[in-house]
Design a protein around this ligand. Structure first.
Ligand SMILES: [Mn+2]
Length: 363
């Protein structure tokens, strides 16, 4: 096997023939991407697959929908830092699909939404890998700080994995029977919870309007009526309401489900329980599923707890040679560029290593 070297010319990626910023070629470009992406999606989104989910609200909703629509089995969880919870009957993680977590090993499968490419060549190589499905890769976004470059960080996919997965399921012809207008608290409905994932509502209403307005049509071109409703609702939400939802849901996640982060992550609580899901986690999974009118994720009684090494590095251009060296490490399990501008860029590249080969194993 030729080891995956993300930046080496070993596997030559196809060059993009169209300049996406040119509006006349944009629709041809989109169609071409969509045909290639659909093939990839058909292979990954087969019925009855096993998956490992991110422990935040995005991961939970993705798992609930995939379990219902495609009869997927949730066999584990990942906190996107150093901890994995895996059912003891899973022997090889190459048999599962990671949801809302990017995994580096070329043979590991994932569907996520993070910015993971260092430069254009890297993005194209990753996009050619049939095991990686990620909108920022499909549209070749990478860690450039040049805002004039239409493929730079500023123009990365700005929503959650759930919004992408819903559009992909719709493009594959699956009917998505989820409740969008279920009342949760005050004026907050299930639509607001879905748009809470990765802060999509605030992104659309006022934080990154221009980028959101570029990505919603891409998702609705791909998807069907659910994607249309999400795009329409998000685009008509104002700053005040989006902010109220953000704060109220954060409080609900924190007070009722002991989440330690704004995005409804239950990993800290799960860690305390040493891999044994308790009533708090069960009620979180039950409530979120009930909000969208689906049965909750079926959980094993206990999970094996696996621990890797989580670290951060500066993501700014001056440090890209070091980042490239990390990307070429054989023990790299997962990573993402989380910030590349300002003070936060000091720790803007986060990554997890897992010796010896980047594939966590039970022994
Ligand atoms: Mn997430």
């Amino acid at each position: 096997m030729v080891w995956w070297s993300p930046l080496s010319p070993g596997k030559k990626a196809k060059n993009l023939e169209f300049n996406e910023s040119d509006s006349t070629s944009q629709s041809i470009y989109r169609k071409r991407i969509n045909v290639e992406m659909k093939e990839k999606a058909e292979n990954l989104l087969k019925r009855g697959q096993k998956c490992i989910l991110n422990t935040d609200i995005d991961g939970v909703l993705c798992g609930t929908i995939l379990q219902h629509v495609l009869d997927w089995k949730v066999v584990g969880w990942c906190d996107s830092k150093d901890t994995l919870w895996v059912q003891s009957d899973i022997v090889d993680l190459r048999d599962v699909i990671f949801i809302d977590i990017f995994v580096a090993h070329p043979e590991l499968k994932c569907i996520d939404q993070h910015l993971v490419a260092l430069n254009k060549e890297h993005a194209e190589i990753l996009r050619e890998n049939p095991n990686k499905l990620n909108p920022s890769l499909e549209r070749v976004r990478y860690a450039s700080v040049d805002n004039k470059d239409p493929h730079s960080y500023k123009w990365k996919y700005p929503f959650g994995s759930i919004h992408f997965i819903l559009a992909i399921l719709e493009t594959l012809g699956h009917e998505i029977c989820i409740e969008l207008d279920h009342k949760i608290q005050g004026p907050i409905t299930s639509l607001d919870v879905i748009l809470r994932c990765d802060d999509a509502a605030r992104t659309t209403a006022f934080r990154y309007v221009e980028n959101a307005q570029d990505w919603w049509p891409w998702l609705t071109d791909l998807g069907g009526s659910v994607s249309e409703q999400l795009a329409h609702y998000a685009s008509s939400t104002d700053e005040e309401f989006a902010t109220d939802c953000y704060n109220d849901l954060w409080e609900l996640f924190r007070k009722k489900y002991e989440s330690h982060t704004k995005d409804g992550n239950f990993s800290k609580h799960f860690k305390k329980k040493s891999g044994i899901p308790d009533d708090v986690i069960a009620s979180y999974l039950a409530a979120t599923a009930n909000w969208i009118g689906l049965p909750p994720i079926e959980m094993a009684n206990r999970f094996c707890v696996l621990t890797g090494n989580f670290e951060t590095a500066p993501s700014y251009p001056k440090n890209h040679a070091n980042v490239k060296a990390i990307l070429e490490r054989k023990d790299l399990f997962s990573y993402a560029f989380t910030y590349i501008n300002g003070r936060l860029a000091e720790k803007g590249f986060s990554y997890t290593t897992w010796p010896p080969n980047g594939i966590p194993s039970m022994d």
